[in-house]
Design a protein around this ligand. Sequence first.
Ligand SMILES: Cc1cc2nc3c(=O)[nH]c(=O)nc-3n(C[C@H](O)[C@H](O)[C@H](O)COP(=O)(O)O)c2cc1C
Length: 184
Amino acid sequence: MENIKIVGFGGSLRKESYNKYLLNEARDLMPENAELEILSIDNFPMFNQDLENDYPENVKNFKNRIKKSDGILISTPEYNYSIPGFLKNVIDLASRPYTDNAFEGKPVAIVSASIGMVGGARAQYHLRQVFTFLNMVPVNRPEVFVTFAQQKFDENGKLKDEMTKKLMKELLQNLVNLSIQLKK
Ligand SMILES: Cc1cc2nc3c(=O)[nH]c(=O)nc-3n(C[C@H](O)[C@H](O)[C@H](O)COP(=O)(O)O)c2cc1C
């Protein structure tokens, strides 16, 4: 059987983003029968419904990668107790036009890293609400919140917290299992 194809994207544009580090880590922690492709979301335009039938190449390509994937991984920080605005924008772009929602029926898992003590939990729950409208199928367990992220990565951006690694491995395995179940 072909490898399960998971695509991942992040909620932070920052070069040294903890959430980018988490996505890189996920690539190393994927089960053997699966692969993670990290998608770029740099330089996306702001969503404008007048232009939803005429996206630039980078957005068209992003939508295609999402559609062709078996499952999705999102790694996000929490901004002001919610989803970063530009992550919501990326999701809005790929969900339109209405009859062409790239996320339709897709399994999805979330991880989050923040420097605070809640680890992005509030952003994760807001994201789950968005998944409902998009008709996505979220993995519920385990929940992976990387709290006090500044203490959890080494100077090369590698995750050094064994408990977080263990939970991420389990989450990715569950995402892959769900993706196999739902594969058309
Ligand atoms: C606009 C803004 C709002 C933030 N709001 C929160 C917040 O509500 N909760 C939280 O835990 N951290 C918050 N933070 C801190 C982030 O957790 C921290 O900047 C983190 O490093 C962002 O993730 P990144 O490293 O992937 O860019 C905020 C940061 C910014 C820039």
